[in-house]
Design a protein around this ligand. Structure first.
Ligand SMILES: [Zn+2]
Length: 252
């Protein structure tokens, strides 16, 4: 057996061919919703299928990306215009009224500020610990220079203090959060939610794709109008599902 036997010489070529094929396919079948819409039956992506009519006109559909042999009950192709419209409608359901937005903002800000207070308290504790360690370091050196402490013991104690310091610095980094930046981010997120449908309807396709990626994990769709399941990204999910004392959740 020679030393190259573990290599698979055909592989890189195959990769390049596959990449080219995929590149070409995505140029033809690209759509700004492609990373947002999924099959409600099996959770796979919906992909674009072009169908040419006898007159030569091309119709675009979204179909489940199941491969042959995969199980999925969704056999229907969803017309692209329909899917686009249903995503616009999804925006209407997540858009907040001024009152809802205010309610969520109040609660979220209160939560943020409680967190800030806890962080500030922890920072103080950690800074205290750091000061104690510093004075221990000085004390050890004094003892060493007074020949009370042997060099070996000094090094041993110093190593221990060093690892303590590392732990403290790591924890400090975790609680050293820019509070203002967080509140700013929250307001930006709420602005987007409050006006999301207006933003979306006015946006070009590239911006629509970005908005979709920012807001949604997935939108799962089936052929029936009520077959829609919206999964928001975590930050928006938390905001939307925060209990709002000023408003009742919509029913029906
Ligand atoms: Zn499916």
């Amino acid at each position: 057996m020679n030393r190259w036997s573990t290599r698979s010489p055909g592989r890189p070529v195959q990769d390049i061919l596959t990449a080219r094929r995929n590149g070409q396919r995505s140029r033809i079948h690209n759509h700004y919703l492609k990373s947002t819409v999924y099959c409600i039956e099996c959770g796979r992506r919906l992909i674009i299928q072009n169908t040419r009519s006898k007159s030569g006109r091309v119709y675009q559909y979204f179909i489940c990306s199941r491969r042959q042999g995969d199980d999925c009950l969704q056999r229907k192709a969803l017309p692209v215009a329909d899917v686009e419209k249903r995503v616009e409608d999804a925006y209407r359901t997540i858009t907040l009224t001024e009152q809802q937005r205010q309610g969520i903002e109040d609660i979220a800000l209160a939560k943020l500020r409680r967190q800030h207070a806890l962080h500030a308290q922890r920072r103080e504790e950690l800074e205290n610990e750091t000061r104690k360690i510093d004075s221990r370091r000085e004390k050890l050196l004094e003892l060493y220079y007074e020949d009370v402490l042997p060099r070996e013991s000094l090094l041993k104690h110093q190593r221990k203090l060093n690892s303590e310091t590392t732990r403290i610095q790591q924890e400090l980094a975790a609680v050293q959060i820019d509070d203002n930046a967080l509140e700013q981010k929250l307001r930006i997120a709420l602005d987007l939610l409050q006006h999301s449908v207006d933003h979306y309807l006015q946006a070009d396709e590239a911006t629509r794709e970005q908005l979709n990626r920012a807001l949604f994990k997935r939108i799962l769709l089936g052929p029936q109008p009520d077959q829609i399941w919206i999964e928001l990204n975590d930050v928006y999910d938390e905001l939307i599902n925060a209990p709002t004392p000023h408003t009742k959740p919509k029913t029906g």
